[in-house]
Design a protein around this ligand. Structure first.
Ligand code: COA
Length: 364
């Protein structure tokens, strides 16, 4: 057994992948051959999803948009059969329980389309139920982002809002071997099915150290209120032993490139919070640099996710599950790739508990 141990598996290369590459030193994210900035500017969740799925090993062809519209309609038909899944207080609990109702066909491609199509329908229905409104049926004429937003807010979204949400879904579509993607790949490695892998990934994404930070980022901006109060408020958080949400990253040692992409996308939305967010980010970066000159801690994707998703009209309780609506395409691509190229994931642990007493020589 090797003595190499890393409780966070830092620096361990677990797989070769053609889906995405995170360069944490330079702050560069490449997704299926394009820089994230370029992919987001080109727009089109369907087109980005086609590319990541093809990189994973299954090319959905030129019409993923129609396939996803059909999958959204099928998910809508399932709503009455979801039991109490959508009654959950937490949006990620609701999404996990609802996705678990999808039947695995054993065909990863079909299951991927079903899961990617179902996620926005389930999340939007959960969101409307919790605010006491009736769920809104999908519209096959709309693209994935616009339809998700319409199903949530109950009316046709503005072009700027649906474009910004589309840019968000593209920006978060995949990101190397993060915890939820790893969880999906571990499940797949046992020869289990794609739906099970995606359900596991939702569980991993729920935590605030991964995808659960944007709601708390918005809470932080609300609590600070104006940039001049940022420094004092942030120092109070650190003094209380809490972390600054939306700051820091396991891989990036510079600002997360997705923060810039989302900050740009927010500009078209005239968000009242953008100036505040920039002020808070600057204050947080300064304070953290003074405290930890050895450990660069800059804004991560969640910082401007909070501002963008709020500006398009999504409630903060829906932020993490909206992350999943985009990332589910990346998870699916990793399931496809793991199936083709991976093997059973089975690391080792070092036992540090008590050993049974040695058998006595007379009884041995
Ligand atoms: N605020 C204050 N201190 C932070 C911090 C933050 N946001 N992020 C990291 N640190 C500090 C830690 O307290 C730790 O200090 P210590 O060595 O004195 O204990 C040091 O930086 C290293 O942290 P570590 O937990 O080893 O880094 P990590 O790679 O495991 O953590 C994150 C990465 C993202 C989990 C971490 O930066 C974090 O918790 N950020 C806030 C939550 C967040 O934004 N999550 C979304 C991630 S996309």
């Amino acid at each position: 057994m090797s003595d190499v141990k890393s409780s966070g598996l830092d620096g361990i290369v677990f797989a070769d992948t053609a889906i995405s590459d995170v360069d944490g030193e330079r702050g560069r994210l490449v997704i299926a051959g394009s820089d994230v900035e370029q992919l987001a500017a080109e727009g089109g969740f369907e087109s980005a999803a086609t590319r990541v799925l093809a990189a994973g090993g299954w090319d959905p062809g030129p019409d993923l948009r129609t396939a996803l519209a059909t999958a959204r309609a099928q998910a809508w038909e399932m709503l009455p059969r979801l039991g109490d899944a959508l009654q959950a207080t937490d949006g990620m609990d609701a999404l996990r329980a609802a996705l678990a109702h999808l039947r695995s066909t054993g065909d990863d491609a079909a299951d991927a389309v079903a899961a990617i199509g179902a996620a926005p329908v389930f999340v939007a229905a959960w969101s409307r139920k919790r605010s006491g409104a009736a769920p809104v049926a999908p519209d096959a004429k709309l693209d994935h982002a616009a339809d998700y937003l319409r199903m949530t807010i109950g009316k046709p979204p503005t072009l700027d809002a649906s474009r910004a949400l589309d840019a968000y879904l593209v920006t978060v579509i995949d990101h190397g071997m993060n915890a939820s993607t790893f969880a999906a790949r571990v499940v797949t490695s046992t020869a289990s099915d794609l739906i099970s892998a995606v359900v596991a990934a939702v569980g991993a994404l729920k935590g605030p150290l991964h995808g659960g930070a944007p709601g708390p980022v918005l809470d932080m901006l609300d609590a600070i209120g104006e940039p001049s109060r940022a420094e004092q408020w942030l120092l109070g958080e650190l003094a209380a032993g809490r972390r600054i949400m939306g700051m820091g990253h396991r891989i990036y040692r510079v600002r997360d490139p997705r923060a810039a992409v989302l900050e740009t996308a927010v500009k078209s939305l005239a968000s009242e919070r953008l100036a505040l967010a920039r002020g808070v980010e600057a204050a947080a970066a300064k304070i953290l640099a003074e405290r930890r000159p050895d450990r660069p801690l800059a804004a991560n994707v969640e910082f401007y996710t909070a501002v963008l998703l709020d500006a398009v009209g999504l409630p903060r309780e829906q932020f993490s599950s909206t992350f999943a609506v985009g990332r589910i395409a990346g998870w699916s691509a990793h399931v496809l790739e793991q199936r083709r190229t991976g093997r059973l994931v089975r690391p080792q642990s070092k036992y540090v508990g008590p050993m049974p007493a040695a058998p006595s020589p007379t009884t041995a």
